[in-house]
Design a protein around this ligand. Sequence first.
Ligand code: FES
Ligand SMILES: [Fe+2]
Length: 467
Amino acid sequence: MDHRDEINSILTGASGWTRAEILGLVDEGRGTLDPRIYTDERLYQLELERIFGRAWIFVAHEAQIQKPGDFFATYIGEDPVLVVRQKDASIRVFLNQCRHRGMKLCRADAGNARSFTCSYHGWAYNTAGDLVSVPFESDAYFNEIDKKQWGPVQTARVEVYKGLIFATWDHNAPSLDAYLGEAKFYMDAFLDRMDGGTEVIGGVTKWVIGCNWKFAAEQFCSDMYHAPVSHISPTIAALPDGIPAEFAKWPDKGIQFRATAGGHGTGFFSGPEKFIPVEEREDRLLLGLIGPQAGKYYARESREACRGRLGDVRADRINGAHMTIFPSLSFLPGVQTLRAWHPRGPNEIEVWALTVVDKNAPPEVKEEYRLGVMRTFSVGGMLEQDDGENWVMIQKGLRGFKSRQAHFNSGMGKGHAKADDPDWPGVIGNVYGEEAARGFYAHWGKMIATDDWASLYPAEVKTKAAE
Ligand code: FES
Ligand SMILES: [Fe+2]
């Protein structure tokens, strides 16, 4: 059996899906999606194993675990993990599961610990994840247990990009740097605008909605098309006082980025004139969404600092942006919400949202962001509810039979994107397009269908990422 046959038999045996069937669910040539990708329980199990079990997954911001012993409890897919700052300042990420009978070994959401003691029978682990004590060790185990063998399962690797901590279970995964590739160019306009980088303000907002995780991740990856329609009420009908009516007209052009490999994507409007009238130097989108301090800060200090660090193109031409790092990390640069879409079966997600701001922003700007993000993109946020309602209604419809038979159209802008733009790395199309969605779903299919990282990230992409 060669390597390919082996994967084919794993797919067919465990899931009933063959490699060819999985690759056929997402037909990039025709621009179609098979609706079963959002509902099928067997595909979902493959996602947990072959995507969340192998990809680099965002687990925390460094600001959440600053001191030795600081920990944050989160998930990689459905696997509970602890992210723990070590005594030597390194970071470990390991399964939040006791090796005796599988109880969560830490039940707190976050904090500082010297050790983690399981609340079921009392096995205790140090912050590195070594089993250090078991109750009644001599009477119950006759001192025969080899504690070195019974620490929680550790992730294979942990790496940080500009404050964001990622972990992977796969020893063969490419470096985080190569995994992010061209997407780093765009991430920097969110994470590296100023000296000092970013920090998290407030806590983590968590809520559950009834939709497949890919609806959320794909929208932040690729979908500006919904904004002038779905968000008409908060951004147009309910414009704050003092915002001119012409603001209600959305621009018709902008940039969409599809990673050459890797499934990442972003989109934004690319002219400053609508958002930042030169004579006023206020970002009107942010002024409307977040408030006057943020509108001025983003158009002035933050933008000039960004110009100095990253140049004119990113300082002036990234406005109103959305972004997804494959598979499940998304953010809105400018609005400053960042979230993980944790899958909970094919039909549900937990959204975990953070507000991330420039560390050196003035306190009044940070406070306005704290309140503004709650008002717009948070559990009760005006714009968040527009998005969530769409995704939940789609998912409810997919409970039918006929509703899962006809393919969806993902062909917007097909054949009109180019890979040689002098200013923008990656494959570039218009902001109203689905090039990045096609990249997201194509990568999804390839990750499930192949074990071979080299074919997912061909050599020329690695070279580009290293530039
Ligand atoms: S399950 Fe943790 S000590 Fe028994
Ligand atoms: Fe939206």
